[in-house]
Write a protein that binds this ligand. Structure first.
Ligand SMILES: Nc1ncnc2c1ncn2[C@@H]1O[C@H](COP(=O)(O)OP(=O)(O)OP(=O)(O)O)[C@@H](O)[C@H]1O
Ligand SMILES: [Mg+2]
Length: 115
């Protein structure tokens, strides 16, 4: 069991992520950012803490970023900005070998599509 912390994570999909991130920080909405930059905002400044052993539910409308958020916890997706901490260690600092071991021993993911 481990503490998981997401710190100010933003994820922009697209080629001009830096420009789109600046727009998100300026308060433009997702549709405006898409129109102006061609980028899709997956997450905008998300922070949360999940204590070791806790059951934590992420709920939201389709497209609100649930899958994108969860994929940051095993680094299947890397943030455009922000940090992902596992027991206080930023998993973005892990090298390829350590990341493999982390995924084998510390974190797992099961996908289930509802009918
Ligand atoms: N690979 C990608 N390329 C471009 N945009 C993406 C990509 N992945 C996700 N997005 C966008 O990021 C936003 C969040 O998507 P995400 O799939 O995380 O939502 P979700 O809450 O899991 O939705 P659902 O309930 O339908 O599974 C959406 O606008 C989506 O279009
Ligand atoms: Mg999803």
């Amino acid at each position: 069991m481990a503490d998981i912390e997401i710190r100010h994570v933003s994820k922009i999909f697209g080629h001009d992520a830096k420009k789109a991130l600046a727009m998100a920080r300026d308060g433009l909405d997702k549709a405006e950012i898409l129109a102006r930059s061609g980028c899709s905002v997956g997450l905008n400044d998300v922070s949360l803490k999940i204590g070791a052993g806790k059951i934590f539910v992420i709920m939201g409308l389709s497209g609100s970023g649930k899958s994108t958020l969860v994929r940051h916890i095993n680094r299947l997706i890397e943030p455009t900005s922000g940090e992902v901490l596992f027991d206080g260690n930023n998993i973005l600092d892990l090298d390829a070998k350590t990341l493999r071991a982390f995924r084998m021993r510390r974190v797992s993911m099961v996908s289930k599509a509802l009918p």
